[in-house]
Design a binder for this molecule. Structure first.
Ligand code: KE4
Length: 431
């Protein structure tokens, strides 16, 4: 596989950007080697600058659920562009997307668009603190909610991949208000509330974790958190940046019957253009400026082109589309587990809907500690063997692989052929 141009571009990029990238997870630090520079995407495929054709399971870390360059998304964005990229004034397009969101997730009584998942989660936390008058926040070890100061405490995703315990630059005075508990451990959260309940403004969670790799909530766990929040006067924030509109029209809240106080969105809601959103109970959201005193703002919030991309993408996600994703992802997960068993490599394949992770672990993975037991060396060998065979998995054991409606049976067959070689390569390494 030729990689000369990617290597040259990475050298140039490294003179411009820290680590040669504009977001750490792209740097291949978790697997080694040179990140591929992408020339274009088409459907479920990426073509890199050296002309290598790759079946894409990163999908821009989730947004491209309908595949790259879907004709209907392209048409809507191009039409929007013809009317103007941004006005800094209300436009009908934000109402159209907002009504689509509320139609799919009626528990979002009011919302605010912004331009990233990080903006959405940091805003939701500020709203919860302003609404309750309390300062403490609870997050879960290994969950990632974006790169906002209050959230870079025991975070997952790139922070976990780089083995950064937290992040320098977050003032101790800020970090001390972020309390953490293990995921899937309700008694640990009960103890936290017993000790600090009066100070806790909110609990924020990835309902299905994607940023430790995929970790599935235990039965009743999420509802148990909401009940604890209600009992102690804290708000329940469900971070659906990754799961929203991916796990179904109603996301994880729809799947698990959750009715949180606030929800955050990103990724799919923008169809590949920069969109984040936070919303929920009107009583809470009406405290956001200019309706109320809690301030949040953004120059490009509700950007017409981004609204057009998000609207076109959500419209493509019909019940039949979600059923196709479920069928294809289930088939892929079963095939991966079978291929690993045939190679006598112990793995855990964790999947919910169209997001999955192959953990190189002989024991179940249900929280950050068990995820960290997985073999990064074996994952790296698996990742690079897939890449050499034209299959692009996320370059970290602590990330989720995603499917799109553009992934074909032929793509899955190619993926499983590559996976058989990948597990054979992993089998040669000590766990
Ligand atoms: P952004 O600010 O990257 O749009 O969203 C932050 C965020 C918030 N909440 C959840 C559950 C998320 O998964 C994310 C972002 N996810 C990572 C991938 N695991 C984005 C990729 C990156 O950091 O480049």
């Amino acid at each position: 596989m030729k990689t000369e141009l990617s290597e040259k571009l990475f050298q140039r990029a490294s003179t411009l950007f820290p680590g040669g990238v504009n977001s750490p997870v792209r740097a291949f630090k978790g697997v080694g080697g040179t990140p591929r520079f992408i020339a274009r995407g088409r459907g479920a495929h990426l073509i890199d600058v050296d002309g290598n054709d790759l079946v894409d399971y990163v999908l821009s870390w989730g947004p491209m659920i309908a595949g790259h360059c879907h004709p209907e998304v392209m048409r809507e964005v191009q039409d929007a562009m013809k009317d103007g990229a941004s006005f800094g004034a209300p436009s009908p397009k934000e109402i159209v997307l907002g009504e689509l969101v509320r139609e799919r997730a009626p528990w979002i009584e009011k919302m605010r668009f912004c331009s990233s998942g990080t903006e959405a989660t940091t805003a939701a936390i500020r709203v919860a603190r302003g609404f309750t008058g309390r300062d403490d926040l609870v997050k879960f070890d290994g969950c990632y909610h974006g790169a906002g100061d209050p959230l870079l405490v025991k975070a997952g995703s790139g922070v976990e991949t780089l083995g950064l315990p937290d992040s320098p630059g977050v003032p101790a005075d800020v970090a001390r208000h972020t309390l953490t508990a293990p995921y899937n451990d309700l008694p640990a959260l009960e103890r936290l509330f017993a000790a600090k309940g009066r100070d806790i403004a909110a609990v924020i969670i990835e309902p299905v974790v994607g940023n430790m790799g995929v970790i599935v909530p235990g039965p009743g766990y999420l509802q148990g958190i909401h009940d604890l929040c209600k009992r102690h006067g804290a708000l329940f924030i469900v971070d659906e940046v990754m799961t929203g509109f991916r796990l179904g029209a109603g996301g994880a809240c729809g799947l698990y019957g959750l009715r949180p106080d606030l929800v955050t969105f990103g990724k799919v809601i923008g169809g590949g253009l920069p969109v984040g959103a936070f919303g929920g109970r009107a009583e809470v959201m009406d405290r956001v400026a200019p309706a109320g005193p809690i301030y949040q703002a953004g120059t490009l919030s509700g950007n017409p082109m981004a609204m057009a991309a998000g609207t076109a993408t959500l419209r493509l996600m019909t019940p039949a589309a979600y059923q196709l994703l479920e069928t294809r992802a289930a088939s892929l997960a079963e095939g991966l587990a079978a291929a690993a068993a045939a190679a006598e490599v112990p793995v855990q394949v964790n999947r919910v809907g169209s997001m999955l992770t192959v953990f190189f672990s002989s024991t179940p993975v249900f929280d950050a500690a068990s995820a960290r037991q997985a073999s990064g060396r074996r994952f790296a060998a698996f990742f690079h063997t897939l890449l050499l065979n034209g299959v692009y998995f996320p370059p970290s054991q602590f990330e989720a692989a995603f499917l799109s409606t553009a992934h074909t049976e032929a793509d899955l067959e190619q993926t499983l052929r590559a996976a058989r070689a990948g597990f054979a390569a992993a089998a040669k390494l000590e766990a």
